[in-house]
Write a protein that binds this ligand. Structure first.
Ligand code: KG4
Ligand code: ZN
Length: 320
């Protein structure tokens, strides 16, 4: 049994996963409402909230999964993310592991997203091509084996999820923006506005020009017309992001010869993206956005730090 803990951004999460990848319990407490009025995550507010929530969330996961006596390893997100938020999870994980004399497994958040694909009931086996699209990252990866991937492309500016969030803000929609745009776009015409996405060389992405194009469109329409055409704007904007992602995935598949393709991270929840790529494997909806089951899953492929050598372990905010 592995107890996983995730606190890298605005979700406080804990899960119990077996060594062979069955999720016994997965508890996610989202702080989205707390941050909604600011239009984005406020790091200091997130850290304080994690402090309140981490113990009850872990307790709930254990109550639904397995008693602490049966836990053999504690896994925790070490980075990347908001450093103050990460430290809450790392401290909690150290305390639990130390008190029980258990090993601790530090997990990279991005490896965690990939490992959401390795859970039962339908675990995917490498090699495969993976798009990781979240609020902080847009990465195309060739996953050669568990825990080992090669980076093929990344965003030169905004992440795909960030493009959704910033676009939603321009349209006066709530936070997190991806879910809101996804919802309202269903009532809109995706060909109403033409939003081009920059073509950059290689397998990289760029979304900042798209955001600017939406800004100009909103300015040109004025407040009341923007409000009236919100669904069309959202649908057209979403279409542009989805097109850019699909295009790059196809380019990467052609270049690498990898024919199995998977998509993970918050943006993998997008209904238009899911519909646009019927042959592609998507992380299950509850595992797209941040959760601790994926962290416990990734821990199965990382060497554990034996008791008590991990007490000095630090979090890291970004990849060096
Ligand atoms: O993976 P995640 O929970 O956190 C990070 O590690 O960043 O991803 C959150 C991101 C946010 O930017 C959010 O707007 C986006 O995922 N997202 C979506 C959808 N649901 C969440 N984007 C598009 N469509 C969705 N349905
Ligand atoms: Zn994430």
């Amino acid at each position: 049994m592995i107890l996983g803990i995730e606190t890298s951004c605005d979700e406080t999460a804990a899960a119990v996963v077996t060594n062979d990848g069955h999720v016994l319990a997965s508890v996610v407490s989202s702080q989205a409402e707390l941050h909604a009025r600011y239009g984005g995550v406020v790091p200091e507010v997130a850290s304080r909230r994690h402090l309140d929530l981490v113990a009850p969330v872990v307790r709930e996961a254990l109550a639904g999964g397995a008693s602490l006596d049966r836990v053999e390893r504690v896994a925790v997100t070490q980075g990347p993310g908001l450093v103050g938020a990460l430290l809450v999870g790392v401290a909690a994980a150290k305390a639990i592991a130390w008190a029980r004399r258990l090993p601790l497994v530090p997990v990279d958040h991005l490896e965690g997203h990939i490992a959401s694909l390795y859970l039962e009931p339908e675990p995917l086996e490498p090699p495969f091509l993976c798009l990781l699209a979240s609020g902080g990252h847009t990465l195309l990866l060739a996953v050669r084996e568990h825990g080992r991937s090669e980076r093929l492309g990344t965003t030169l500016d905004d992440a795909a999820g960030e493009a959704f969030d910033k676009g939603a803000r321009l349209l006066g929609l709530g936070y997190p923006g991806g879910t809101e745009i996804d919802r309202i776009a269903r009532e809109g015409d995706p060909s109403a506005f033409s939003f081009p996405v920059a073509r950059v060389p290689g397998l990289d992405f760029s979304f900042s020009g798209l955001k600017t194009a939406l800004l100009y469109a909103v300015r040109g329409l004025g407040e009341s017309e923007t409000e009236r055409r919100k669904a069309d704007l959202a649908a057209s904007y979403q279409r542009a992001i989805v097109r850019a992602l699909v295009q790059r995935i196809e380019d990467a598949a052609a270049q690498t010869g990898l024919d199995r393709i998977a998509i993970v991270g918050g943006v993998a929840a997008n209904s238009e993206l899911r519909a646009a790529l019927p042959g592609v494997r998507f992380a299950s909806l509850e595992l797209c956005t941040d959760n601790a089951a994926m962290i416990a899953s990734a821990a199965r492929y990382v060497e554990a730090l034996p008791y008590p050598g991990y007490l000095g372990l630090d979090a890291y905010a970004s990849l060096s």
